[in-house]
Design a binder for this molecule. Sequence first.
Ligand code: CP
Ligand code: NVA
Length: 307
Amino acid sequence: MKHFLAVSDYSSQEIQDLLDLAIRLKKEYFGRGNPPLLKGKVLGMIFQKPSLRTRVSFDMAMRHLSGDALYLSPNEIGLGKREAIADIARVLSGYVHAMMARVFDHAHILELAKWSSVPVVNGLSDYNHPCQAMADALTIQEKFGKGKKLNVTFVGDGNNVAVSLMHISAKLGWNFSIANPEDYDIRADAVTLAKKIAAETGSKLTFLRDPHEAVRSAHVIYTDTWTSMGQEEESVKREKVFPPYQVNARLVSEAEKDVIVMHCLPAHRNHELTDEVADGQHSVIFPQAHNRLHAEKAILARLFEVA
Ligand code: CP
Ligand code: NVA
C-alpha cells in the first residue's frame, strides 16, 4: 500500500486485513493502550473544506500511536491556487512523513499522490470518501460479524460517500442498493467499477428510485446530506427534490427488524434523517463516527508498514 486513495484500489483480502487490524488496534487501545508504532512520524493534514471527524480522528490516531499531526487550513495552503499541487507535494514530502488531504476535485488528490514521495491519504474528495467507508465497514462487521451476506442500502444523493460505500460493499460481497432521485445517480464510472468488482465477489447491485422498495430486507440503511460541501448553491433546489428520501421511522420500519441506520455525519437533522431515527434504537451514528479513529489507525499503520 503506497497511498490510500480509494477502496477500489485494494483487493477484498487487503480490505478485510485492514478491518481486522482496526479491530485489533481498537481492542488494544481500550486495553493496555496502543504501542508507539508511529513515534517520530508526522502526518501533514491539508484541508480545502471544513471537518470535525476527519480532522480530529486523524490527529488523535497519530497521537495514540505516538506520532504527531500538523493541520494545514484552506487559507494556508491554497492548493492549486497559491501554489501548484506538484510543488506542494514535493515540498511537503521533505517535511512530513505522510499526508492526508481533503479536496474539492478528486483530480487534485491524484495529483498530490503522483508527485508525493510519502504516502497520501484521501480524506474526502468530490468523488469518494474511502476512510469513511472503512469506518462504515468496521461498524457493520462489529454488528453483524464477518463474511455475512448483508443487504446495504443507501437512500439519498448518489454522492462521494455513496460511491465508497458501494465499492466497499462490493469488495466485501455485500449486496448494495441505492434509491435516489433522477439526476442524482451515482457517477457512471463508479458504477461501472462497482459492477466489475461485484462480478468477482458475487455481490448484487441494485439501482432504484423508490426508497421503500430499496429498504425492503435491508440490514443497513445509510443516508447522507442532500447537499455536499461545494454544492451549496444547489441547496434550495435539492431541498425540494429530496424530502421523499428522508430516513424516518416509517421507512426504517419497512427494513429488517435488526436493521442499523448509518450516517457519515454531519447530519442535517429532520432533513435527510429525523431526530427520532438518529437518536433511536437502530441508529449507530456515534459508534460509526468513533470507528473513524480505529479504521484510520489501521490505514496509517499499514502505510507506514509498522503493522
Ligand atoms: N464524516 C466526515 O468526514 O465528517 P467531517 O466532514 O466532519 O470530517
Ligand atoms: N457528502 C458529504 C460528506 C461529508 C462528510 C460532503 O461531501 O459534504
